[in-house]
Ligand binder design. Sequence first.
Ligand code: GSH
Length: 212
Amino acid sequence: MAITITAFERSPDGGKGLARDTRVRWALEEVGQPYEVRLVSFAAMKEPAHLALHPFGQIPTYEEGDLALFETGSIVLHLAERHAGLLPDDANARARAITWMFAAINTVEPPILDLTTARILERDRPWATERLPLVVDRIRDRLTQLSARLGDADWLDGAFSAGDLMMVSVLLRLRMSGILEEYPNLAAYVARGEARPAYKRAFDAQLAVNTR
Ligand SMILES: N[C@@H](CCC(=O)N[C@@H](CS)C(=O)NCC(=O)O)C(=O)O
């Protein structure tokens, strides 16, 4: 069944891997599924045709036959459950990998997203300079805990899984902040993710769209 995802026609980061279609492309590459990309403008994302696929008017979406999905966690889980390569066979290990997916998007990503909000959207607010250090502290709290759990392991729970794919994707957002480098094992973890051939193919495909 042909797979089509949506992505930004012009990504705000110029296609450097921060838009969330990257993690879906990465998962597709890891499981060896070919896919098409339909590029959408910011205006088109708010039109009825796209809202029928994504109620919040965002990218990415995922279409496969008569199945349409949104939310990257759900899309990556769908791929991981249907194709080999992203979830272990052992039932308990599988449940733990899925737990790391939720931890990435539910526990680690929110404070990281707050940093973008604080630095860009709230920059001109009178309280912005007071809020920013609080946001950074909350990120450091999470990274300290994650760093302690990862220790000197390559991946979060045994072999690379969809949990690592989501966690690395979330941590990548800190690339420009310098915060990740305060945690050498997490910086190395992210670098390991980025070094995977499947990630590189996903990154290159997204960059190609934005450098045409
Ligand atoms: N929780 C959603 C977030 C999706 C999301 O925020 N997408 C961004 C691009 S990375 C977007 O479409 N932003 C444009 C907008 O919200 O108008 C997911 O993981 O899929």
